[in-house]
Write a protein that binds this ligand. Structure first.
Ligand code: ATP
Ligand code: MG
Length: 298
């Protein structure tokens, strides 16, 4: 047998087409990994690392990985958690959180309703394709008598059709809810893409997974990292440090002739949003600058 067939290859299940697929292929490209054979077939090959890519529906990824048919996979936390909560037996394990394809799973009610908390759902019917996540959220909040109506799409019309009083689904802008006379009542789960692995991977495959994870970490770190600078009174340093997303200890520099004022410099390892800048300002920061980082080596 040739060395090629002897050496183990990691079988990685990814979404063939869809919201997760675009981000997944982008990330693999940023890791210097080219997926050959196009996306239309079931299998593709990566040459730079010993990895075969299995192109599938996202809903199938947790089971493929749990059963060992695939060694690893990239899937939304929403799909992974739903599988974990509803499966008998051992599931896949989380190898890393990847920070992309972020979305939230929300419960939504008719616009005219007054929502004062989860107790609202007591005795109500809720349409969802996430019965596991919804039920565990409700139970953790003491609601045990809601009725879950399983639907696999078009949840938004369920209340108008009298099929349910409320829905539980992924929400991005809220525009679809709005068009259907609904509003977000609560967020029940915040999702991001996860790298998952089969339970009990052998040493050789675990090593390939480790190499993949290392490249992904490197690619994601420089993608989100920002260099943030601002001025602030010395007394505001603790409040500012608490707001900076994913920051290491900041560098504090004296500002010549400015008395109590200092310059604060920090690398933030997560997205720095406008909301963060507004918060920084409200705790005393001024002249805030956010700069891109080209390369980073820790
Ligand atoms: P498939 O054909 O593979 O079953 P799908 O239609 O179930 O695809 P997509 O709409 O492509 O799924 O979404 C895949 C995943 O992308 C979701 O499960 C979720 O983790 C993530 N995602 C990120 N943003 C959004 C969003 N705005 N709406 C829906 N899903 C999102
Ligand atoms: Mg799907």
């Amino acid at each position: 047998m040739s060395k090629e067939t002897d050496s183990p290859r990691l079988r990685l299940a990814v979404q063939k087409k869809g919201r997760l697929a675009d981000d997944t292929f982008d990330l693999l490209a940023k890791c210097g990994l080219k997926v050959r054979h196009g996306r239309s077939r079931l299998f593709a090959r990566i040459e730079e690392l010993p990895i075969d890519v299995l192109l599938v529906r996202d809903d199938d990824i947790p089971e493929l990985v749990a059963s060992g048919a695939a060694d690893a996979g990239i899937v939304g936390g929403n799909v992974f958690e739903e599988d974990r909560l509803t499966r008998d037996g051992v599931g896949a394990v989380i190898a890393d959180a990847l920070g992309f394809s972020r979305c939230r799973l929300c419960v939504a009610v008719s616009k005219g309703e007054t929502y004062a908390g989860p107790a609202y759902f007591s005795g109500k019917k809720v349409a969802t394709s996430y019965p596991g996540l919804l039920q565990s959220w409700l139970e953790e909040r003491g609601v045990t008598d809601a009725q879950i109506v399983l639907m696999h799409g078009a949840h938004e019309i369920a209340p108008r059709l009298g099929l349910a009083d409320a829905i539980c689904d992924i929400v991005s802008t809220g525009a679809t809810l709005d068009t259907n006379g609904l509003k977000v009542a609560d967020t029940i789960y915040r999702s991001e893409a996860l790298l998952i692995a089969a339970p009990g991977l052998d040493v050789a495959k675990a090593e390939i997974l480790g190499a993949l994870k290392g490249r992904m970490r490197g690619a994601l770190a420089s993608q989100h990292a920002k260099y943030v600078m601002m001025n602030a009174p010395r007394s505001a340093i603790p409040a500012i440090t608490a707001v900076l997303p994913g920051a290491d200890s900041p560098t504090i520099l004296e500002l010549a002739g400015e008395g109590d004022m200092v310059a604060i410099h920090s690398v933030c390892n997560e997205d720095v949003l406008w909301e963060h800048l507004a918060e920084l300002k409200s705790v005393g920061a001024s002249a805030i600058l956010v700069l891109d980082i080209d390369k980073m080596l820790n």
